[in-house]
Design a protein around this ligand. Structure first.
Ligand SMILES: NC(=O)c1ccc[n+]([C@@H]2O[C@H](COP(=O)([O-])OP(=O)(O)OC[C@H]3O[C@@H](n4cnc5c(N)ncnc54)[C@H](OP(=O)(O)O)[C@@H]3O)[C@@H](O)[C@H]2O)c1
Length: 268
């Protein structure tokens, strides 16, 4: 039996790149995201690589849908070896401009979405005495950054969740790994939330990030997929991806410098 990996947010970006890399490494896949058509396209690509892929349209914010996802995965394959919690959303703007709905949209997906899958899969992992949980955090889950407060709050929560799970589950044979990328050239701008003092300000913030994303050195989803594979294959507790190492080091050596830089680059 081939090992299996369940990936949330697998229809594009980092999730898709990770699905394809794991397929090339001999894994069978369970793919989750909300839109069935895009998921099916990824499943087809995986089947062309000679591996099995089960695509299950799921909104990970909904616990009942996640329960159904895990049940279908277990019924189909009999076991899940690796969970990659990846589905997430980016939000940016002055903190006073976010509505409560913006906060919920961010934290319900970026944090609760991860808890829902862990809640459903953990009994299976504990019963087997093995399994791997990979949580996609961000450099924004290590370094507090201005003008992305709900996003950073959700990613710091993921970092705390990951480290607490490690402390508890490692002695029980379960491997838990946190992944910390910098800005990645994926399709995240399609659903990212931008707020500003007015519509024009929100658009200016969006345009500014779009400009930064065009810089050739910005890393790609495939770079994060490799980091996830590295974390799983070598049982690492965390992988800081490429240029995020610079941000993490600068923050240690010159605390406050990154926050200053972010403040300069944004209108208050
Ligand atoms: N891109 C970056 O710069 C960056 C940097 C650091 C960390 N990260 C983290 O890496 C992860 C992936 O980011 P990405 O850039 O690859 O994102 P992306 O390109 O926007 O892809 C997001 C994926 O999540 C799915 N998704 C969105 N809402 C969902 C929901 N409610 N339920 C299930 N699936 C949902 C989307 O498909 P549907 O819309 O069909 O559901 C899509 O497959 C996120 O956790 C993100 O915070 C990204």
């Amino acid at each position: 039996m081939a090992p299996t990996v369940l990936i949330t947010g697998a229809s594009q970006g980092i999730g898709k790149a990770t699905a394809l890399l794991f397929a090339r490494q001999g894994y069978d896949l369970i793919l989750a995201a909300r839109h069935a058509e895009a998921l099916e396209e990824v499943a087809l690509e995986i089947q062309q690589l000679g591996r099995s892929a089960l695509s299950i349209p799921t909104d990970v914010k909904e616990p009942e849908q996640v329960k159904d996802l895990v049940q279908k995965a277990l019924n189909y394959y009999g076991a899940v070896d690796v969970l990659v919690n990846n589905a997430g959303i980016y939000v940016s703007g002055p903190v006073e401009e976010f509505s409560l709905k913006d906060w919920h949209d961010t934290i319900d997906l970026n944090f609760w979405g991860y808890i829902h899958t862990i809640q459903e899969l953990l009994p299976h992992f504990l019963e087997r005495g093995r399994g791997t949980i990979v949580n996609l955090s961000s450099i924004g889950g290590k370094v507090p950054l201005p003008y992305v407060t709900p996003y950073c709050a959700s990613k710091f929560a993921v970092t705390g969740l990951t480290k607490s799970l490690q402390a508890e589950l490692c002695p029980k044979g379960i491997h838990v790994c946190g992944i910390y990328p910098n800005l990645i050239k994926s399709g995240f701008m399609e659903r990212a939330i931008f707020r500003g003092h007015d519509a024009e300000d929100a658009q200016a913030r969006r345009d500014q990030l779009n400009t930064i994303l065009k810089v050739p050195v910005v890393e790609k989803p495939e770079d994060v997929a490799k980091a996830i594979w590295d974390g799983v294959a070598h049982k690492k507790t965390e992988v800081v991806v490429g240029s995020a190492n610079i941000g993490a080091t600068v923050n240690k050596v010159f605390p406050g410098l990154m926050q200053w830089f972010f403040r300069q680059s944004q209108k208050p």
